[in-house]
Design a binder for this molecule. Structure first.
Ligand code: ZN
Length: 141
């Protein structure tokens, strides 16, 4: 087949905030299956400036270590202009989200996401409260 076709869907995710990690691998794989795509790319993008999407080995040790790393890099308490100028409390969440990034693109091969065996796709919500998130899923041939 020649040409480019794109199929877009949205996923709603409830989070608890404070670096809550929610796996979305199955949802993106379902979007690939629904599209009928066998070769191409699938992407997941979270709307909002205090959440991120990445891949990781999703097990308690890895989650703990990633949270500890981000606590060291970007402490919750800090001298943050965003908080001062906006009377806000979540500058750490904005900075962590920027570092990790809002999206991932995964190759699709043989109708499957080309992830490693111990590689899961996750949404991480860094905000300091629970949130309802929208993740835009796109499958591109
Ligand atoms: Zn803010």
């Amino acid at each position: 087949m020649w040409g480019v076709a794109t199929r877009t869907s949205e996923l709603r995710v409830s989070t608890r905030g404070d670096a809550d990690v929610v796996e979305i691998t199955a949802e993106l794989q379902e979007a690939v299956a629904a599209s009928g795509l066998t070769e191409g790319q699938a992407s997941a993008f979270v709307r909002g400036s205090t959440a991120a999407i990445t891949t990781m080995e999703l097990e308690p040790g890895g989650v703990h270590d990633l949270r500890a790393l981000l606590d060291r890099l970007v402490p919750v308490e800090g001298d943050y202009e965003h908080n001062r100028l906006n009377h806000d409390s979540n500058s750490h969440a904005h900075q962590r989200a920027s570092i990790v990034g809002p999206s991932e693109v995964v190759p699709v091969i043989g109708g499957r996401l080309a992830l490693g065996t111990w590689q899961q796709l996750v949404l991480i919500d860094f905000d300091d409260r629970s949130r309802e998130r929208t993740v835009v899923l796109q499958v591109i041939s």
